[in-house]
Design a protein around this ligand. Structure first.
Ligand SMILES: CSC[C@@H](O)[C@@H](O)C(=O)COP(=O)(O)O
Ligand SMILES: [Zn+2]
Length: 208
């Protein structure tokens, strides 16, 4: 086995492990969700989930390597995720090494409750430190974009909201896309956002 394939296999296994962990949380209902991990910077290549699969299953055909245009690098029967453009735009605009997209009830509820205001900000929560924010009353904001069926348009809408200090974007009544410099950080950001959403939804229900 060549050095290149070995190198790629490490990324494959890291992404497969993250996929299993998110599956254990039941964050891939109805074949939703897609994940990617950057393999090289110049030229940009990344492993992305194959489209339409049940992401709870672990198989040898879960991921394929794509280039900066989202096209497969090798001949394959697999189709890259329909939402590969989101991953592409994130790698182009940030220093991300991994990007995760999941649909959960909590992220959908928050995206619709606050969609009209275009973002939601959380404060006074210990878990905000998961974003490396250590101030006494640190805040974390997540922008919310509309869900366009036209995926390049959705990619532009997401890319437009990426500025320093932004670690994820909510897509209205669709899901969340987060990123981090590596798989560990991307997963930490995702889990922290989902915690904040779930807390907020429960508090709203309990304090109505
Ligand atoms: C029924 S799954 C919803 C899809 O349209 C999409 O939003 C999604 O997250 C998964 O698409 P995929 O092409 O499998 O990556
Ligand atoms: Zn989706």
């Amino acid at each position: 086995m060549s050095v290149t394939i070995d190198h790629q296999n490490n990324y494959w296994n890291e992404l497969a492990d993250i996929k299993d962990e998110l599956a254990a949380r039941d964050w891939f209902p109805g074949t939703s969700g897609n994940l990617s991990i950057k393999v090289s910077d110049d030229p940009l290549t990344f492993l992305v989930t194959a489209s339409g699969k049940d992401k709870r299953k672990r198989t040898d055909e879960d991921f394929l390597l794509v280039d900066s245009d989202g096209h497969p690098v090798e001949i394959t029967n697999l189709k890259p995720s329909a939402e590969t453009v989101l991953h592409q735009r994130i790698y182009q605009k940030t220093d991300a090494g991994c990007s995760l997209h999941v649909h959960t009830v909590d992220n959908n509820v928050i995206s619709d409750l606050y969609g009209d205001q275009g973002s939601i900000t959380f404060q006074n929560q210990e878990l905000i430190k998961a974003f490396n924010i250590w101030e006494e009353d640190g805040k974390i904001t997540i922008p919310i974009v509309e869900n366009y069926a036209d995926l390049p348009r959705l990619g532009d809408a997401v890319a437009d909201k990426i500025t320093p200090g932004i670690h994820g974007i909510l897509i209205r009544n669709h899901g969340i896309t987060v990123w981090g410099r590596n798989g560990f950080e991307a997963k930490r950001h995702l889990e922290a956002f989902e915690f904040l959403f779930s807390y907020h939804v429960k508090m709203r229900l309990l304090t109505k």
